[in-house]
Design a protein around this ligand. Sequence first.
Ligand SMILES: Nc1ncnc2c1ncn2[C@@H]1O[C@H](COP(=O)(O)OP(=O)(O)OP(=O)(O)O)[C@@H](O)[C@H]1O
Ligand SMILES: [Mg+2]
Length: 226
Amino acid sequence: MVNALLRAEAVGKSYSLKGERIDVLRDVDLTVRAGEITALVGRSGSGKTTLLHILGLLAAPDRGRVLVGEADMSGLGDGALADVRRRRIGFVFQAYSLLPQHSALRNVLLPHAGPRARGEERARGLLDRVGLAGRARHAPGELSGGEQQRVALARALINDPPVVLADEPTGNLDEAAERVLLGLFRELADEGRAVVLVTHDPAVSDAADVVHRLDSGVLAPEGSAA
Ligand SMILES: Nc1ncnc2c1ncn2[C@@H]1O[C@H](COP(=O)(O)OP(=O)(O)OP(=O)(O)O)[C@@H](O)[C@H]1O
Ligand SMILES: [Mg+2]
């Protein structure tokens, strides 16, 4: 399929804790398409972050594989994976992971691949786009939670990735800020990107084109009989 940007095939992940094995993900299949917002929902602890990290090449599955475009990521070493991540995937973490000692602008610029001057111009443009043009010089500790979240989104977009993955991106936002952010995710999808949002928030899943629910390690399209 031409517009499949990211795919999980029969992905499994298990954790062993004190001799007890937990199958967090069982045989998960997911195709993420360009131009669409995909929402991943499920109760707390159902494996949403685990799946998003695997899709974002931040963790390897124990079973199955992840494809970016047509390319199988299974055999790649850390350096090659980091390269695919930097160029193809923008990731917004559940706890934004901004570096506290750096300004908003510097945080956005950090993962930039390419000439510094161009990166800085782009970083300023992205801060403007997320509504934070006036906060470029603030450190994360001088920003609200919702502002930090938007800086993290700007950072995820610095290398113009075709795939954007965000873990609970509206967790700290009021309704108005949430609408703005959802509008931004819609724009990113309309630009031809694939957007995947992990969420507990019905307003977010309502705004998505496809919703998948994780339950007992199994992923199924919302509303299906499965
Ligand atoms: N490193 C680990 N070792 C053992 N168990 C883990 C580890 N990481 C996650 N888990 C377990 O895997 C399960 C899924 O965790 P995950 O963070 O993916 O859930 P989630 O759906 O994102 O939850 P939330 O909505 O609360 O963020 C949880 O039960 C968690 O305890
Ligand atoms: Mg989580």
